[in-house]
Design a protein around this ligand. Structure first.
Ligand SMILES: Cc1cc2nc3c(=O)[nH]c(=O)nc-3n(C[C@H](O)[C@H](O)[C@H](O)COP(=O)(O)O)c2cc1C
Length: 401
């Protein structure tokens, strides 16, 4: 749910903020209202509390809520001053911190948008003082919405009428769609390297290429991508601008990094393309270490799959999970249900159908629904595989809106 901080100031149009709050809640937004003292002269706080299901914040010094002037600014994914009076606009432009609404503006870091929707008499709106203040706010990074032109409560006709709630709702839905279509995706790539002793280890032949190329494709298509890439990956990293990259070595490193990322950020999806070692290696030798003079026994003990824990780690419980399964020779679809029941999309390919360094990269892609897995398509190249992933994730992003 997208979090909106709705600030309401003392304008005759304040009643429209109640209509907007109602529409926002109906459209799946979470709304926290902040009212100035004057706003309460125009509309009751109870109306907003009833509509949003949240206590209305007004007072900087309210017992038990004295830190809200910082927390609410951090909490909001978008702040909307609706209606913004000439007086409140002046307070923001001057950098005042004389009430909760203005103090919250100083605590706003512009990592999330700050929209200002002015409402006032046309003569007031065209006054150079108001225009200069609005210009300053734009320079600070706020978005100043152009008020409507029309008949005002005072009988005058002109610019300064508060934008209608329906029109603002459409703008907010559009913004939400845009933001969501660029949802965050976590991609893993490359193979794990698990030490046997201080100089030796077990790894695999994964180059990291599939994961890295997929990360690039997703980034180009507007997703915010975090890439967890193994240090043993040999793939060259030509176009990683805009992709956040963290490196890992062992199974434990990768597990920790996934847990941290998924717990901390709201990811739409995790594309788990890393080749994770299946075994814990246990060394047995008479001397307790590897020596070229004696035989050693290495016991490989199967270990839990990281894949099965990802949804548990994830802050977003609706996380889409995309897994890769490389097989050598045999593939039994029953394994989808036993090993990949947590995955939403499974890309299975067999080593014999992959042309190393070439275009051919045949795969079978299975999609999970409430009825179980169905074969979605059988791409012939990596590009086709990536297109399927982009399509599935774009649909998931749209469905979250
Ligand atoms: C009936 C009435 C209607 C008002 N409407 C507006 C308005 O639409 N826009 C505006 O900027 N000021 C308007 N004001 C003036 C503000 O309420 C006043 O400047 C107040 O100090 C604003 O405080 P605030 O910005 O802290 O809410 C109105 C005042 C009254 C008495």
């Amino acid at each position: 749910m997208m979090k909106i901080l709705l600030k309401v100031s003392g304008s005759i149009a304040a009643f429209k903020a109640a209509a907007l709050a109602s529409k926002l809640v109906q459209n799946g937004f979470e709304v926290q209202t902040v009212m100035t003292e004057s706003a309460k002269d125009f509309i009751g706080a109870g109306t907003f509390e009833g509509l949003t299901g949240k206590r209305v914040a007004t007072d900087l010094f309210e017992d038990g809520h004295r830190m809200e002037h910082i927390w609410l600014a951090r909490w909001a994914e978008l702040t909307l001053f609706y209606p913004a009076s000439a007086d409140s606009i002046a307070k923001l432009a001057q950098g005042r911190a004389s009430d909760l609404a203005s103090t919250l503006f100083l605590a706003h870091d512009f990592k999330s948008p700050y929209w200002i929707s002015p409402a006032m008499n046309p003569t007031m709106f065209s006054h150079p003082a108001v225009q200069a203040n609005l210009l300053k706010l734009k320079e600070y990074g706020a978005v100043v919405l152009t008020p409507d032109r029309g008949r005002m409560a005072c009988g005058e006709y002109g610019d300064g009428r508060l934008i209608e709630p329906e029109a603002l709702l459409s703008q907010l839905l559009e913004y939400k769609n845009l933001r969501r279509s660029q949802g965050r995706v976590l991609v893993t790539a490359g193979g794990t390297f698990d030490p046997i002793d201080s100089v030796r280890g077990i790894t695999n032949t994964s180059t990291g290429e599939t994961g890295v190329k997929l990360a690039e494709t997703l980034s180009e298509r507007g997703f915010a991508v975090t890439l967890l890439l193994s240090k043993t990956a040999t793939v060259t990293l030509p176009k990683l601008d805009g992709i956040e990259v963290h490196r890992f070595t062992t199974y434990q490193d990768l597990d920790r990094a996934l847990k941290h990322e998924l717990e901390t950020h709201d990811f739409l999806a995790c594309v788990h393309a890393a080749a994770v070692g299946d075994f814990d290696a246990e060394l047995a030798s008479e001397s307790g270490k590897i020596s070229s003079r004696e035989a050693v026994t290495l016991t490989l003990k199967p270990r839990g799959k990281i894949l099965s824990r990802l949804k548990e780690y994830s802050k977003n419980k609706a996380l889409k999970l995309i897994s890769f399964k490389l097989t050598v020779g045999e593939w039994d679809e029953a394994r989808l249900h036993s090993e990949y029941s947590m995955s939403d999309l499974v890309i299975q390919n067999d080593l014999s159908r992959i042309q190393k360094g070439g275009a051919q990269h045949e795969a079978q892609i299975y999609l999970r629904s409430s009825q179980g897995f169905t074969l979605l398509n059988q791409p012939k190249t990596k590009v086709d595989i990536f297109e399927t992933v982009v399509k599935v994730l774009s649909e998931a992003a749209a469905a979250e809106v």
